[in-house]
Design a protein around this ligand. Structure first.
Ligand SMILES: Cc1cc2nc3c(=O)[nH]c(=O)nc-3n(C[C@H](O)[C@H](O)[C@H](O)COP(=O)(O)O)c2cc1C
Length: 226
């Protein structure tokens, strides 16, 4: 697949077929993503690839704690509530997803069901928990940049092989559960997880294409003649 085609065609996938994903394919995807640039080539990332019973335990523990009202326990600072234009864009994508799924604004039950799907990592057969070396925290937030780069590589490499993904902060809201089940070493910080699997072509939300700000709005060109 051409790079441009992969970048333009990729979208978050939130409905999966249950079929397993071969380990060799996941290794290939991680190897390709690992070509990402990082600050001074430090490569502070680690990938914990979960499937089967351990992933079920993560889903269950995450959902139970969220339902019980335990406040989110993330290992990176919480983004809190978005405001202004950021909030507007958040609402826009939520409306697109709810419209595709036929979830009405006032349908609290179905909205809650959608939120729970997120906490269950959309029932994907694989979850890649992405972590970074705790020692990197001495150098500010630069490791977050490195992990963003490698995670975009993961989702593109997966898409190139016909696999869908969604970067899924909801799936690790209760990070102590993930840490315990996946035996994450103490010298690593959990950044996020990427739910992955073969897309369910019938799942309506998978067709949603989120809008992007145009270049005229995001870019300034300085020193150009025309
Ligand atoms: C850091 C990060 C965390 C995310 N967490 C979630 C999440 O918890 N649940 C979800 O449904 N989507 C999540 N997403 C996916 C975004 O909603 C999605 O990338 C965005 O709406 C743009 O849509 P697209 O990926 O289809 O282009 C996350 C994306 C990023 C980068």
């Amino acid at each position: 697949m051409e790079l441009e085609q992969a970048i333009n065609g990729r979208r978050s996938i939130r409905g999966y077929r249950p079929d397993p994903v071969p380990r060799a394919l996941l290794e290939e995807i991680i190897a390709l993503a690992s070509r990402a640039p990082s600050s001074m080539n430090t490569q502070p990332w680690h990938f914990h690839v979960l499937t089967g019973e351990p992933l079920e335990r993560v889903r269950q523990g995450n959902c139970e704690k969220m339902l019980a009202g335990v406040p989110p326990q993330r290992e990176i600072p919480d983004h809190g509530t978005y405001e202004g234009v950021h909030r507007e864009r958040q609402v826009e994508i939520a409306k697109q997803l709810f419209a595709a799924m036929g979830i009405a604004r006032e349908d609290k039950e179905m909205r809650q069901d959608w939120v729970m799907r997120g906490f269950r990592q959309f029932d994907a057969p694989v979850s890649i928990v992405v972590t970074f070396d705790k020692s990197a925290q001495m150098h500010g937030t630069i490791a977050h940049f490195d992990l963003g780069a490698v995670t975009f590589g993961l989702v593109l490499a997966a898409w190139d092989r016909g696999l869908g993904t969604v970067i899924n902060g909801q799936g690790i809201m209760q990070s102590p559960v993930v840490r315990e089940v996946a035996q994450i070493p103490d010298d690593q910080v959990i950044m996020t997880c990427v739910a992955m699997g073969w897309p369910d072509e019938e799942f309506p939300a998978n067709a949603v294409v989120s809008r992007r700000r145009p270049v005229e709005e995001t870019a300034r060109f300085v020193g150009f003649i025309d």
